[in-house]
Design a protein around this ligand. Structure first.
Ligand SMILES: [Zn+2]
Length: 503
């Protein structure tokens, strides 16, 4: 083994002083037996063996965990590791084992704190734009349908379809929600999901109608997610008995069924889908968003949907583009419920693992990222193995694992490892006289580890907010090595396009 001489000399002299060792050689030998030292050396070897892949990508898969900033990602990593029986912090998530990494700057052209629409346009279409708009550039005045035509920009999905590839969309949110709609729609506002959501004089089809147009024209081939209500008229019940939302009487669900699409709405119909690419696939498993992983019942997991999507899309010899969105990591954070953000984050990671297993990195670029972060923050100083969803437990100065006693704040009360800067869990509450006053309730480990627990927050808000902090991009496959350093979010599109085009 080669060792940097300066390091060796420095380490030797420090150890010689502190431990009274006679020679540098002895000090070095001792560190070589240390497991951390060996792991560091092994990582050097792995990095040196890494070879960039520079062929053309047949397939590109982008995994997007909505709201999964580095803080939320950290929480999910610890949670996943603790579920496996470890302390958690040394856990490596599947996505974290991909070879390349960059940091993505997520702001919108008019917003320091971004939203999921403006950010989706960045990675789907290669430009930054305003907060809240879909498939359009920043010249558009938000909400102005008349501006859409001139501001419209194509997406990587359009690019994939034009090159003969198939296009698939998987999301645990409504498929007309901000992230998935950026693949196929151009809209003056992300909220224009159905006709009743748009201004009456809006001449642009609503987002659900645009999805159906894209499926009809063959630009989008497979859609799995939530949001049936936006495809069904208000006076009609969907297959699970929920009413639709459309005001124009347009029953798109029925039309797709009549046109011979493969349709699914629960586990049974999902299992019966023909994945041979003989017909478009439309699986919508909830009236609105799909359930959180923790609450999931009679609907497929994000991993199962990813597996079905890849099986279907791989029938196209020309390749495919697939978006997989873990849409509800974001929603749980907005609710101030760290537990569900972590269980959805773990489910998302299992979907990544499935895609890695089913594809070949020589011909498939896999990108895993988030659109933006959340106002999640961490307290200290917790001992190793403190349950990440629960109380911060004290450090054992004579061992590794935490002590059983919780850390106590200056107000004499314990606190959780995770907190939020704002949200419904605020410790500042409205008093009978209309003023606000803050005091923390007493908290037990049993309360803090309940899946429904809302973490304590500082500012009172009806929903916890996004954060503008950078998010990570993990990648493998053709041109994945172009993910390096701190980059603008719209750069992600350009790497995906480069991979599709090859040299
Ligand atoms: Zn959000």
């Amino acid at each position: 083994m080669k060792v940097n001489n300066r390091f060796a000399a420095g380490a030797a002299s420090v150890l010689a002083m502190t431990a009274g060792l006679a020679t540098g050689q002895a000090a070095l030998a001792q560190s070589e037996e240390n497991a951390w030292f060996q792991a560091g050396q092994a990582e050097i070897e792995a990095k040196l063996a890494r070879q960039p892949i520079t062929g053309t990508a047949k397939n590109v898969i982008i995994f997007l965990a909505d709201g999964n900033g580095v803080a939320t990602n950290y929480a999910a990593r610890i949670f996943q590791g603790q579920q496996k029986g470890g302390y958690g912090d040394d856990n490596v998530m599947h996505k974290e084992s991909l070879p390349y990494l960059a940091l993505s700057k997520t702001y919108n052209t008019n917003a320091q704190t971004p939203d999921s629409a403006g950010t989706a346009v960045a990675f789907m279409s290669g430009i930054k734009t305003k907060s809240g708009v879909i498939g359009v550039d920043e010249t558009l005045r938000r909400g102005e349908c008349a501006d859409v035509e001139a501001a419209t920009i194509p997406s990587i999905g359009d690019f994939a379809a034009e090159s003969g590839r198939s296009v698939g969309i998987v999301s645990t949110a409504r498929v007309t929600h901000a992230t998935p709609s950026a693949v196929y729609a151009n809209a003056a506002d992300r909220d224009y999901e159905t006709d009743v959501d748009q201004p009456e004089d809006c001449a642009v089809p609503d987002i659900a109608a645009q999805l159906m147009e894209n499926m009809e024209s063959g630009t989008v081939d497979l859609v799995l997610g939530g949001g049936r209500r936006n495809f069904v008229p208000a006076e009609v019940e969907d297959p699970e008995g929920a009413s639709g939302r459309r005001g124009d009487g347009h029953n798109m669900w029925q039309e797709a069924t009549d046109a011979g699409y493969q349709m699914a709405w629960d586990n049974e119909t999902f299992a019966a889908l023909a994945l041979d690419h003989s017909a478009p696939v439309l699986g919508l498993f909830e009236s609105s968003h799909m359930a959180y992983e923790h609450d999931r019942d009679n609907e497929p997991s994000i991993q199962e949907m990813t597996e079905a999507a890849i099986t279907y899309l791989a029938n196209n010899e020309e390749g495919y583009f697939l978006l997989v969105e873990g849409g509800r990591v974001d929603h749980a954070n907005h609710d101030g419920n760290a537990y569900r953000s972590m269980t959805d984050g773990v489910a998302f990671d299992e979907a990544v693992a499935k895609a890695v297993e089913m594809t070949n990195q020589e011909d498939t670029l896999i990108v895993v990222t988030a659109d933006h972060g959340h106002a999640m923050a961490f307290n200290g100083y917790c001992g190793r193995g403190s349950p990440i969803e629960g109380l911060c437990l004290s450090i054992d100065n004579n061992g590794e694992k935490h002590l059983d006693d919780p850390e106590i704040a200056a107000d004499g009360k314990p606190y959780t490892a995770i907190g939020y800067l704002n949200g419904t869990g605020s410790i500042v509450t409205e008093q009978v006289d209309g003023t606000y006053f803050g005091t923390r309730p007493m908290l037990t480990q049993e309360e803090a580890t309940d899946p429904d627990y809302i973490q304590q927050a500082m500012l009172p808000q009806s929903a916890e907010s996004h954060s503008p902090v950078d998010v990570a991009i993990y990648a493998s496959g053709p041109w994945a090595h172009l993910f390096d350093g701190t980059v603008e979010q719209n750069y992600i599109y350009h790497v995906m396009r480069k991979a599709f085009e090859g040299e």
